[in-house]
Design a protein around this ligand. Structure first.
Ligand SMILES: NC(=O)c1ccc[n+]([C@@H]2O[C@H](COP(=O)([O-])OP(=O)(O)OC[C@H]3O[C@@H](n4cnc5c(N)ncnc54)[C@H](OP(=O)(O)O)[C@@H]3O)[C@@H](O)[C@H]2O)c1
Length: 423
C-alpha cells in the first residue's frame, strides 16, 4: 500500500479513536488535525501538538493530503469545508449523518463531478457494517424493508425504564450521569439522530433520494412508566424504531417513532446502547446486523475500515469504487403518516362510569378500527379509569379521526398516548 496522507477534522470522541487506531497503520500518515479550540488539553500520550490547527481549510487546501476524515459533526461550517475538499479532489471519509441526510445530494453530486469518493460507514450505527454491505455484497437484492434501532441513548433510556420501571425523567438523568446521554439530549430523544440515519439507509437501500424533511418523526419523551408497564403486561417492550419500507406503487414509507415491539421479536431483545438493523431483501431474505452503534472504538473501526478500503482501491486503480458512488437520481415518493397502516396501542383516561368501554368500541367501529384487546387498568382517585386498547391493522388517518371523536365524548377525559405496534 502506498503511503496515504490524511487530514482529520475533529478530535473529539471519534477523532481521538481514529487517531489511536491509525497508530497501528504505518502506511497512513496523519498530516494535520483540525479542532475548534486549539488550547484544549488533549489527554493523549506522546501527542505531537504541532499536528493541530484550528483552521480546517489548512487540511482541505493542503495539496499533500489525499483523504479528509471528517469527524467534527454538524452542518456549519462542515458543509462548506467538505465542498472545498471535494473541489480540491480529496476523497472524504465521514461519520457525519446530519450533514449527509441534509446535504448529501449536493455533496455526492460534487464528488461525482470531481471524481472522488465519499465513504460514510460510521455515519449509521457506528461500528456495525451496514452501508458497505448494502452497497456491495447485497447489491443483487431488491431491499423492501428496514426496521432498526439506531440510537443507543434512547435504547438505553427505554431499557432502564423497562427494567426498573423508572419514569422517563429519572432514566434520562441516570443516562446523562453515566455518559450515555448528552447534557442537551434533544437530538437523540426527539428522534432527529435516528431520522438522519434512516434517511441515509433508505436512500441507499431503495435507490431513491429520501427527503429528511418528509420523514415523520416522534421521539421518546412522551413515553410514561405507565405505558412501559402496560406494554409489559401485554407482552411487548417499547423501542424507538426507524422504519423504511417500500409500499404500493413503489412509494416509500420512512418514519421514526416509538413502538410496542412483541417480546418474541428480535428487536425487542436489543438492550441498552446496542443498535440493530433488520433488513428484508430479495433474494437474500431477512438479515440482522447487531452491535455497538457508537463509541470511540467501534466508530473508529468503521472510519478506519473505510479509509483502508479507499487506500487499497486507490492502489489498485485510479477509478473510484463503482459501488461506493452515490448517484441516485430518482426522488423517493414518500407517503404521509396518515396513509400508513399499523396496529396501535391507545391509552385512554375515561370516567369510571358504565358505558365508557362501549363508547370506545362504537367510535373505533365507526372509523373502521377493529379492537383486538381492551383492558381497564384500575381506577384513580378522581373516579377516572385507565383503559388500554390494542387495535388490529388500521389506517393512521382513521385512528386519528377516532381519537378526535373520542375526545368529544363526555366520558373520555384524555388520550394519554398513542403508539404503534410491531409484532
Ligand atoms: N460519538 C460517537 O460515538 C459517534 C458515532 C457515530 C458517528 N458519530 C459522528 O461523528 C462526528 C463526531 O462526533 P464526536 O462524538 O466525536 O463529537 P465530539 O466529541 O463533540 O468532537 C467534535 C470534534 O470536532 C471539533 N470541531 C468542532 N467544530 C469544529 C470546527 N469548526 N473546525 C474544526 N474542528 C471542529 C471539536 O474540537 P474541540 O475538541 O476543540 O472542541 C472536537 O474535537 C459527528 O458527526 C457524530 O454524529 C459519532
Amino acid at each position: 500500500m502506498k503511503a496515504l496522507k490524511v487530514g482529520i477534522i475533529g478530535f473529539g470522541t471519534v477523532g481521538t479513536g481514529v487517531y489511536n487506531v491509525l497508530q497501528d497503520f504505518k502506511d497512513i500518515e496523519i498530516k494535520k488535525i483540525a479542532v475548534k479550540n486549539i488550547n484544549k488539553k488533549r489527554n493523549i500520550e506522546n501527542f505531537d501538538e504541532t499536528l493541530l490547527t484550528d483552521n480546517p481549510y489548512e487540511i482541505v487546501n493542503n495539496p499533500e493530503i489525499g483523504v479528509v476524515i471528517e469527524v467534527a459533526g454538524g452542518v456549519n461550517p462542515t458543509y462548506d469545508v467538505l465542498k472545498t475538499a471535494i473541489q480540491n479532489k480529496k476523497h472524504i471519509v465521514t461519520a457525519n449523518k446530519e450533514l449527509l441526510a441534509k446535504e448529501g445530494s449536493e455533496l455526492f453530486r460534487l464528488a461525482k463531478e470531481n471524481g472522488v469518493i465519499i465513504l460514510y460507514e460510521a455515519a449509521v450505527a457506528g461500528g456495525i457494517p451496514i452501508i458497505m454491505p448494502i452497497k456491495t455484497i447485497l447489491c443483487a437484492n431488491k431491499i423492501t424493508k428496514i426496521a432498526a434501532i439506531l440510537n443507543g441513548t434512547t435504547n438505553y433510556i427505554l431499557t432502564k425504564m423497562g427494567e426498573k420501571e423508572l419514569s422517563y425523567d429519572v432514566a434520562l438523568k441516570q443516562a446523562q450521569e453515566l455518559g450515555y446521554a448528552e447534557t442537551d439530549p434533544t437530538g437523540d430523544v426527539e428522534g432527529f439522530d435516528t431520522a438522519y440515519k434512516i434517511a441515509i439507509l433508505s436512500t441507499i437501500s431503495f435507490n431513491k433520494k429520501v427527503n429528511i424533511n418528509k420523514i415523520y418523526r416522534e421521539g421518546i419523551t412522551k413515553i410514561t412508566a405507565q405505558d412501559i408497564k402496560a406494554a409489559k403486561e401485554l407482552g411487548y417492550t417499547i423501542k424507538l424504531i426507524a422504519l423504511g419500507q417500500v409500499v404500493e406503487d413503489g412509494k416509500v414509507d420512512v418514519r421514526v417513532h416509538p413502538m410496542l415491539v412483541a417480546k418474541k421479536h428480535l428487536l425487542a431483545k436489543v438492550k441498552n446502547a446496542t443498535n440493530s438493523i433488520m433488513l428484508t431483501g430479495k433474494p437474500v431474505g431477512e438479515l440482522v446486523f447487531t452491535g455497538a452503534g457508537a463509541g470511540a472504538e467501534p466508530t473508529a473501526s468503521s472510519v478506519v475500515g473505510d479509509l483502508l478500503v479507499l487506500a487499497s482501491e486507490l492502489e489498485a486503480s485510479n477509478h473510484p469504487l463503482p459501488q461506493a458512488i452515490c448517484n441516485h437520481t430518482e426522488i423517493a415518493d414518500q407517503i404521509d403518516i396518515g396513509d400508513t397502516f399499523n396496529e396501535y396501542y391507545i391509552a385512554i383516561n375515561a370516567s369510571n362510569n358504565p358505558g365508557a368501554i362501549g363508547v370506545i368500541g362504537t367510535i373505533c367501529g365507526k372509523n373502521n378500527i377493529n379492537i383486538s384487546t381492551i383492558m381497564q387498568k384500575g381506577t384513580k382517585d378522581d373516579n377516572t379509569a385507565e383503559i388500554v386498547v390494542i387495535t388490529e391493522r388500521s389506517k393512521e388517518s382513521d385512528v386519528q379521526n377516532a381519537l378526535q371523536e373520542l375526545l368529544k365524548s363526555e366520558c373520555i377525559k384524555k388520550i394519554d398516548n398513542l403508539l404503534r405496534v410491531m409484532n
